[in-house]
Design a binder for this molecule. Structure first.
Ligand code: FES
Length: 563
């Protein structure tokens, strides 16, 4: 979206192809009907930090920033400690750090001063030296080697690091130093951030799409790109045709009633023979699972009835029907595909997440035409899975609580967002019913703690009752639970292998929060800034004026001293 806005703004004819039914990627949202009311749901709580300069510029030009509301503090709730509230300081270094120490009920100068080489490293981020020194190590090793154990690591470093969605034993220490610099020291805004007072769909994505369309961008959703081959000087974008790989199943394996699993399909008997449905969710393609009342998608809690018709969540269409051929005792399911649709293009911006880029770069002529990009994409990966659970409860949250907490000290919970404290229509629902709506997140779930959305929901609910004791006796009136693994991995050694904006092919550029950037940026801001960089790359090749890319400071306040 960010690249499309820049290019369309400079007069290019832009087609934006999105696989899902709505724009936004990891910022996406969808409507739900819960307890008889229409409510917005989203991929998870997002904090719009003030140093997200490129994202916020895009939102401002689209009029999509009107529902951003400042939250008073970035609060960290560590088990057994008073709440730490990091605010929008605004003071320059080192006053910002002193301000944090002065306001903190637990941190003191002794926790950051003295013989702590790691503290100097945090204050001296440098894109070259930091990565040369620390990218081979993980955060746990950095805490040990930097002698950072103690209150600072417990209250600041570990909770913030976990918010990257990367488990600390697998998170590059250099990336963590960059993360710390980007969020805490590299910007004059401090840790001030805003949350959306309405759902992300109506508040952000609808005005963004309208803005793109006003600029002349042809936005096509439900358009899955399968390959980007070259034909002459131009590239062609090939859209995936319907269909699924063929599956063969013994007819006897299909019961008299109900669905049978058949690899990439489900199959059941009908009066006329057999009927098969694709297992891929019609939202973003996650394999759905059978449930007593139909099918359930674990990724965004999409639900289908027993006929494969969506009844809740983001899936826009019924599960695709696949052809079934009866061949003696054997059923051949799927395998038929309609013809490809081709979109010609002078240039292509591949704005995908790491998994999508990996799949696309393994297809068609890209491994040969762009071997450096294909190798970078193949080496990329996703962080450990995470869970998002939203709970509609019949009791209120203590009104003294803040709307959002980063949490540490409980086995699963990493953050809590009290939706009924800041977002419509949840505020209104809570006022009318005397209840509360709380969203709980678990990040970077360790292998031994993984489970289905229901298992994670039960554990997060039990922890919520402990963290907010006023909810100990609360009944759950409704829940939405999802488990996904689509966040970018920042493991030791990944940095140098990451794709760059420019690829081996002049008219093929890359954007996304996993792309190497010359300046510090993460998450939504990395996505937005990389989109502008990618657009600039194409503009520069055509001799067209580029757009400015505002950033936080590129180096830490002590970078020169340590160098
Ligand atoms: Fe999103 Fe299934 S992939 S609900």
């Amino acid at each position: 979206m960010s690249a499309a806005a820049v290019l369309a703004g400079r007069g290019y004819a832009v087609t934006l192809l999105e696989r899902g039914p709505a724009l936004g990627g990891k910022l996406s949202g969808w409507p739900l009907r819960v307890l008889g009311e229409d409510v917005p749901m989203e991929h998870g709580f997002h904090g719009f930090f003030r140093q997200y300069y490129n994202l916020r510029a895009l939102l401002a030009e689209a009029g999509a920033d009107r529902d951003l509301r400042p939250l008073d503090a970035y609060a960290v709730l560590v088990r057994g400690r008073p709440v730490e509230a990091f605010g929008a300081g605004g003071a320059p270094f080192p006053l910002d750090l002193l301000q944090v120490l002065q306001r903190s009920p637990s941190l003191s100068l002794a926790d950051v001063a003295g013989d702590r080489p790691g503290m100097r490293e945090l204050l001296a981020y440098d894109p070259v030296r930091t990565f040369a020194r620390w990218d081979a190590l993980d955060v746990d090793a950095f805490v040990r080697e930097g002698r950072l154990e103690g209150t600072f690591a417990e209250l600041v470093l570990r909770p913030f690091g976990q918010a990257s969605m990367n488990g600390l034993s697998r998170f590059s220490a250099a990336e963590a130093i960059r993360f710390f610099h980007f969020y805490m020291l590299g910007n004059p805004e401090g840790l001030g951030f805003d949350a959306l007072a309405r759902g992300v769909g109506p508040a952000v994505l609808a005005p963004l799409r309208a803005h793109l369309e006003r600029l002349g961008v042809a936005v096509r959703t439900g358009a899955e790109v399968r390959a980007v081959p070259r034909r002459g000087p131009r590239r062609r974008v090939v859209l995936a045709a319907a269909g699924a790989p063929a599956t063969v199943l013994a007819a006897a394996a299909v019961p008299e009633a109900g669905w049978a699993d058949a690899g990439a399909a489900f199959v059941r008997r009908t009066a006329a023979g057999y009927e098969a449905r694709d297992v891929r969710c019609t939202h973003l393609g996650c394999p759905v699972q059978r449930a007593p009342d139909g099918f359930r998608c674990p990724c965004h809690a999409g639900r289908y009835d027993l006929d494969g018709v969506p009844v809740s969540g983001p899936p826009p269409r019924p599960l695709a029907t696949l052809p079934v051929a009866v061949d003696g005792d054997v059923l051949r399911i799927g395998g038929a595909a309609a013809g490809d649709e081709v979109v010609p293009a002078d240039a292509v911006v591949l704005a995908l997440d790491s998994r999508g880029l990996r799949a696309l770069c393994a297809a068609g002529d890209l491994p040969r035409a762009a071997p450096r990009l294909a190798a970078a994409a193949a080496a990329s990966g996703e962080a450990d899975p995470y869970a998002v659970v939203r709970l509609w409860l019949d009791r209120p949250v203590d009104p003294a609580r803040l709307p959002f907490y980063t949490v540490a000290g409980w086995p699963d919970t990493d953050s809590l967002a009290v939706y009924s404290a800041f977002q419509a229509p949840y505020v209104d629902w809570a006022a009318r019913t005397g209840g509360a709506v709380v969203e709980s997140h678990a990040y970077a779930i360790e292998p031994e703690r993984r489970g289905s959305p229901d298992v994670l929901r039960d554990r997060l609910l039990a922890e919520l009752r402990d963290i907010f004791p006023e909810l100990a006796g609360a009944a759950v009136r409704h829940d939405e639970a999802m488990v996904q693994d689509d966040f970018t991995r920042f493991a030791p050694g990944d940095a140098a292998r990451r794709p760059t904006v420019a690829s081996d092919v002049p008219n093929l550029v890359v954007a996304g929060d996993h792309v190497q950037l010359p300046f510090p940026a993460f998450l939504m801001e990395a996505a937005a800034a990389s989109g502008r960089l990618a657009a600039n790359h194409l503009l520069a090749a055509d001799g067209v004026r580029e757009v400015p890319i505002p950033t936080v400071s590129w180096r830490g306040p002590l970078a020169d001293v340590l160098s």
